[in-house]
Design a protein around this ligand. Structure first.
Ligand code: XMP
Length: 329
């Protein structure tokens, strides 16, 4: 029978057999998938693993700290952080098309990650007796990622998914994907079995391209700051209301090219709307909009329009998937 303990033991054994005494690298995103994959591999091979965290500047408030502090404290994993915020902003300047954004973010991510991996590999060569560099790359790919990216049988690509630790085109690493047959809820059970903190295990899914695909329009530093502030309010209020476990995730989307007239403070405002997209789902393949309590929605709306001057309207997305996808881009 399927128990988290058994799956974990089995995967740890397989990973240990596969990796032997070679070096391995893993990209961390701040999400539960890469965290569980990394913790599992750490359990299997310890310090043969080095994790790399790319800060692409499209993260939410506090996410970098959660990886650098909380995850490292929980696992003792060896971590290298790369600050690539400027690089991603420049690459995204002037770009509004969703697929183009996704491709740019995916491409830049791979370049930055490859460079970091090369450095980790060079360091490994220096301190290993046989001069071997990094041979394996861990990815937190889940079963639904495999299917939606067209890796399953006969399915079309719906969106080009960018997954952290993204696949280099001229693959120089052998892939280790210990979560490839699992769904999200199973991965969370595995994370608990590995002793990861609840804050990491329960974290809602967050896409690899991050806030870059939640700004409808060009991605700029100012818009990122606006969206980050609104998103933080939503997460705080949802947690305070105790509804985190009732929703799959709640993207907050900034309609950066839309303006509407309002009254804010002492006068007329001409600001942007944010969309709340709370959904319930089993596996992200289908979803329904969450019936969040009206008083929670009211608090979120009051706080965002009161605390984020650029935003003067909060709207609720009541579309199921299909026909809507969960993310707007
Ligand atoms: P959609 O918008 O396709 O999203 O209904 C389904 C689920 O996937 C997440 N998502 C991504 N995750 N890289 C990821 O790692 C991506 O490029 C990506 N795009 C969407 C989304 O948040 C939802 O949970």
């Amino acid at each position: 029978a399927w128990t988290p303990g058994r799956i974990l033991d089995e995967q740890v054994r397989l990973v240990r057999e596969r990796i032997g005494d070679e070096r391995v690298i893993c990209g961390l995103s701040g999400g539960v998938d890469s965290a569980v994959a990394a913790a599992l591999v750490q359990r299997a091979v310890g310090d043969q693993l080095t994790c790399v965290f790319v800060d692409h500047g499209l993260l939410r408030e506090g996410e970098r700290e959660q990886v650098e502090q909380d995850f490292v404290a929980a696992t003792g994993v060896r971590l290298v952080t790369v600050d690539a915020r400027e690089r991603f902003l420049s690459a995204l300047a002037g770009v509004t098309d969703p697929e183009t954004k996704r491709k740019i973010i995916g491409r830049e991510f791979i370049r930055v990650f490859e460079q970091a991996a090369a450095e980790v590999s060079a360091a490994a060569r220096t301190d290993s007796p046989d001069g071997a560099g990094v041979r394996f790359l861990v990815q937190g790919t889940l079963y639904p990622d495999v299917v939606e990216s067209g890796g399953g049988t006969g399915t079309a690509t719906i969106k080009s998914h960018h997954n952290v630790g993204g696949l280099p085109e001229d693959l120089t690493f052998e892939l280790v994907e210990p979560l490839r047959t699992l769904f999200k809820d199973e991965v969370r059970l595995l994370g608990a079995e590995l002793g990861l903190p609840a804050a990491i295990i329960r974290r809602h899914p967050f896409p690899g391209p991050g806030l870059g695909i939640r700004i409808i329009g060009e991605v700029t530093a100012d818009r990122l700051a606006t969206l980050r502030a609104a998103d933080l309010v939503v997460r705080q209020e949802m947690t305070a209301a105790g509804v985190d476990d009732q929703v799959w995730q709640c993207p907050v989307v900034l309609l950066a090219d839309v303006r509407s007239v309002g009254v804010q403070g002492d006068g007329r405002s001409y600001g942007h709307p944010v969309v709340l997209r709370p959904v319930t789902s089993e596996d992200a393949m289908t979803a329904d909009w969450s019936r969040l309590p009206y008083d929670l929605l009211a608090r979120i709306s009051n706080r965002i329009t009161g605390e984020v001057p650029e935003i003067n309207r909060v709207v609720l997305d009541i579309t199921s998937k299909p026909p809507g996808t969960i993310e707007w881009e």
